[in-house]
Design a protein around this ligand. Structure first.
Ligand code: GLU
Length: 474
């Protein structure tokens, strides 16, 4: 996919890191310590499937342990390799630091095409992989806490936590060994939608600032903006769905593995997703123009491009043809270092992955805290909050009764209802996205040598990691 002269994914992340440290005041030793990946464990294990033994290769890479546990998803894909997990682990370090989730960075992966296996086979493989990681403390509530990533979801996390519990029967915090678990398995409301929701909150926050919009040559709100989304997996689907149904954006293009769909009037994201799930592809979806070479839609005219599939999709080969003035990196590393340079030179504004896709790990953080406290958010205070609101409403009604004033029923029902877990999670995520944006923005507008959001994100993150190392006496 990428052109010949492209660096590897890990090198690309390191080059972005190097760009940032040039404008910082770190000792070369500390700089090097932060940049390098601490360790990568490779495991090859056999599973007896369909009468013969099949060998799988898996990885868990720990980039930085300046805070523990370290955090990051486990990916199931045939493209998984050491360079990729190390790049992704590094991105986790910086992402967690940027959005202030108290974790170091890690990532795991299994080189597998999950579509080729039955559910019970995947369970056997997952449990065996988890066993290998658990016995080395590479899955552990206080040391290393995985989560879903490409090709994995709630189901795999449920198998992993069960495997951990079997091996640690007396660990009271066992359920916190992994996040992204199903709701009935100690997960948290809003985790599945979290990364897509985070992309929406990131874009909303961007559009709140007229100067920022102006840098991308855009004005107004998200309402009516033309959006092209690449990848209708968990992240792309939720981002596209929320942007179109809640913010009035028009999803004019959707790019998937088997091609792209285009509609000037805007696609029905839910309908496309249903079609994709039912048919395994988007081809033949009615009511839209089908484009066989889906990737060409990345280059189509639109207002916001949301690459939500995988790394390196915007590279030296296509960067000069991208038309969108604003790109929100919903995937990890969708733009290579070289492409980033080209896009910046062309005046494009990029909302970087460290920030744009941090919603997932943010809500993972809430889930981990919920598991450690052993209580659902809002359980203690919700009814108390409702009772106090009722008190106020009763008093207002008493005072206004003889004047003939009345509180509107919508106000009353909204005001009287105490926040449930989902509302609290969304509120925490929104707050996180706004604060992190504020930090990046202050540097972006405040310092001449920090001319884009990516370098700003890296500077905020690296500075935090550096401070953590310094406070440890390094
Ligand atoms: N895999 C997600 C990411 O890349 C989530 C990681 C997590 O929740 O730990 O950010």
């Amino acid at each position: 996919m990428a052109a010949m002269s492209e660096p590897s994914f890990r090198e690309s992340v390191d080059m972005m890191f190097n760009r940032a440290v040039q404008v910082m005041d770190l000792s070369p030793g500390l700089e090097q310590k932060i940049r390098v990946c601490n360790s990568t464990y490779t495991v090859r294990f056999g599973v007896r499937l369909r009468g013969k033994i099949e060998t799988f290769v898996g990885y868990r890479s720990v980039h930085s342990e300046h805070m523990e546990p370290v955090k990051g998803g486990i990916r199931y894909a045939t493209s998984v390799n050491q360079d990729e997990v190390e790049a992704l682990a590094a991105l986790m370090t910086y992402k967690c630091a940027l959005v202030e989730t108290p974790f170091g960075g890690s990532k795991g992966g299994l080189c597998i095409d999950p579509t080729q296996y039955e559910e019970h086979e995947l369970e056997q493989i997952t449990r065996r992989f988890a066993y290998e990681l658990i016995k080395r403390d590479l899955i552990n509530p206080s040391q290393n806490v995985p989560a879903p990533d490409m090709g994995t979801g709630e189901r795999e996390m449920a198998w992993i936590v069960d495997q951990y519990q079997r091996m640690n029967t007396t660990d009271i915090n066992a359920r916190a060994c992994v996040t992204g678990k199903p709701l009935n398995g100690d997960g948290i409301q809003g985790r599945v939608e979290a990364t897509g929701r985070g992309v929406q909150y990131a874009l909303r926050e961007f559009f709140r600032h007229p100067e920022d919009r102006a840098k991308a040559g855009l004005s107004g709100t998200l309402d009516g903006k033309r959006v092209v989304v690449q990848g209708l997996g968990n992240v792309g689907y939720h981002a596209a769905l929320f942007l179109s149904t809640e913010d009035g954006a028009r999803v004019t293009g959707i790019v998937e593995r088997d091609g792209g769909l285009w509609s000037e009037d805007g696609l029905d994201v839910e309908a496309v997703r249903q079609w994709l799930v039912a048919h395994g592809g988007i081809k033949d979806y009615p009511g839209a123009t089908y484009v066989e070479k889906g990737a060409t839609l990345l280059e189509a005219e639109c207002d916001i491009l949301v690459p939500a599939a995988m790394e390196g999709v915007i590279n030296l080969a296509n960067a000069h043809r991208i038309q969108a003035p604003l790109i929100a990196e919903a995937a990890n590393g969708p733009i290579t270092f070289g492409a980033d340079e080209i896009l910046r030179a062309r005046g494009k504004v990029i909302i970087p992955d460290l920030y744009a896709n941090a919603g997932g790990v943010t809500v993972s953080y809430f889930e981990w805290v919920k598991n450690l406290t052993h209580i659902r958010f809002g359980r203690l205070e919700r009814r108390r909050e409702e009772a106090r609101h009722q008190l106020l409403v009763d008093e207002l009604e008493r005072l206004s009764a003889d004047r003939g004033w009345q509180l509107s029923p919508t106000f009353k029902s909204q005001y009287l209802r105490g926040a449930d877990e989902l509302e609290l999670v969304r509120s925490g995520l929104d707050d996180t996205m706004r604060s992190a944006y504020g930090e990046m923005r202050a540097l972006w507008h405040g310092r001449e040598d920090i001319a884009d959001l990516r370098i700003a994100a890296f500077v905020v993150a690296i500075d935090r990691v550096a401070k953590a190392y310094r406070s440890k006496g390094l």
